[in-house]
Write a protein that binds this ligand. Structure first.
Ligand code: KG4
Ligand code: ZN
Length: 342
């Protein structure tokens, strides 16, 4: 059973053909980094316009690469939220038009559900139940996943998402956008113990908070002698101090993510963890989560890097289960910017 997945939730235009919800036949992602980087972040209006330009070429390439036509599809699975409303609108309108004109069923997929189901596109696949830590540019949440459609949010960020913290701190350090991969690389050259940035453990809950950490980095840059002019910094300077700040910031984020995830696993007596979302592409987070799993006896599942960041294969993977359950979307399907999973 072939499904065409479509994701235009943020700044990546993606289309993918997936067989039986688990085998990727093609997965095309057109990213917009070049457009947004000069503004230091995503400009929603520019993102929507670029999606309009790219949606047909990207969907066409996904079908061509897979060697299939629209007639071969069982359905089209489209992400309808959460995300940037103008961006989502492009994918939803495109999918609905295609489904209507070709008489193909349409299913709507929550983007966060997609991130969780990315782990079913590779071997080994997790068995239910498991806990899922979704860490992306817009979300940081821990879910208990009992089965398809059975999600319970155990904790979430009360302010910034982990990826948002990476992006904002990267901007403060004059390192550019997107901050996650830049800090991931730079931090490898720095000493993570050089600056003791705060860790907000919020011991009474499984929630997260990262905005204080961002402020702590800002205060550090303002108050430390000789470090006032952050805009003069840049990757080209290659100063060891900058790498130390990046590594210390990253250590603070990862300490919290790992320790709280471990607490959630113990509290729920869960044996399996799925790590997903753009920040799950971070090499140090992957290493630390794997280490924690090995030490404490939890199985840890992490999609490959390209399946952690936004892609349409994960939408098709989750869409497969909606299709089997008969959850079809009609022409009245509308995108939703705020769409909690549970
Ligand atoms: O899942 P995603 O592609 O889009 C959203 O749904 O938000 O996640 C994007 C976020 C961005 O904040 C980006 O900086 C972060 O994921 N990210 C990373 C890495 N790669 C992407 N953060 C840390 N380390 C990385 N290697
Ligand atoms: Zn995402």
């Amino acid at each position: 059973m072939l499904i065409l997945g479509i994701d235009t939730s943020c700044d990546d235009t993606s289309a993918s053909v997936v067989e039986d919800g688990s085998r990727i036949i093609s997965n095309i992602v057109s990213n917009q980094t070049e457009i947004h980087k000069k503004y230091g972040g995503i400009v929603p209006e520019l993102a929507s316009r670029r999606h309009i330009e790219m949606i047909w070429p990207v969907a066409g390439e996904a079908l061509r690469t897979a060697g299939v036509t629209l007639e071969d599809l069982a359905c089209i699975a489209v992400c309808h939220g959460p995300g940037l409303i103008g961006s989502l609108l492009v994918g939803c309108s495109f999918a609905k038009a295609l489904c209507y004109s070709k008489g193909i069923p349409c299913v709507a997929v929550n983007h966060l559900e997609g991130h969780i189901f990315a782990s079913f596109l590779e071997e080994p696949k997790p068995d239910f139940p498991f806990l899922a830590l979704v860490v992306s540019g817009g979300h940081t949440s821990i879910y208990k996943v009992a089965g398809f459609g059975e999600y319970q949010e155990l904790g979430r960020t009360r302010d910034d998402a982990a990826g948002e913290a990476y992006d904002k701190v990267s901007k403060l350090l004059g390192l550019g956008y997107p901050g996650g991969p830049i800090i991931d690389n730079l931090a490898r050259e720095g000493n993570p113990a050089s600056i003791g940035f705060p860790r907000a453990y919020l011991p009474e809950s499984l929630d997260f908070s990262f905005s204080g950490l961002k402020t702590a980095v800002l205060n550090y840059l303002r108050t430390t002698e000789g470090r006032g002019n952050t805009t003069a910094r840049g990757p080209e300077t290659g100063t060891p101090e900058l790498a130390d700040i990046a590594a210390s910031f990253q250590a603070a984020i990862i300490d919290v993510l790992v320790r709280k995830t471990e607490r959630a696993l113990k509290q729920e007596q869960a044996g399996r963890l799925v790590l997903s979302g753009g920040v799950a592409a971070n090499r140090e987070l992957r290493r630390r989560m794997t280490e924690m799993g090995n030490e404490k006896g939890f199985e840890v599942f992490m999609p490959s890097l390209s399946l952690c960041t936004d892609n349409a294969a994960m939408i098709a993977a989750a869409g497969y289960h909606h299709f089997k359950a008969g959850h079809f979307a009609g022409p009245d399907l509308n995108p939703v910017a705020y769409l909690p999973l549970s």
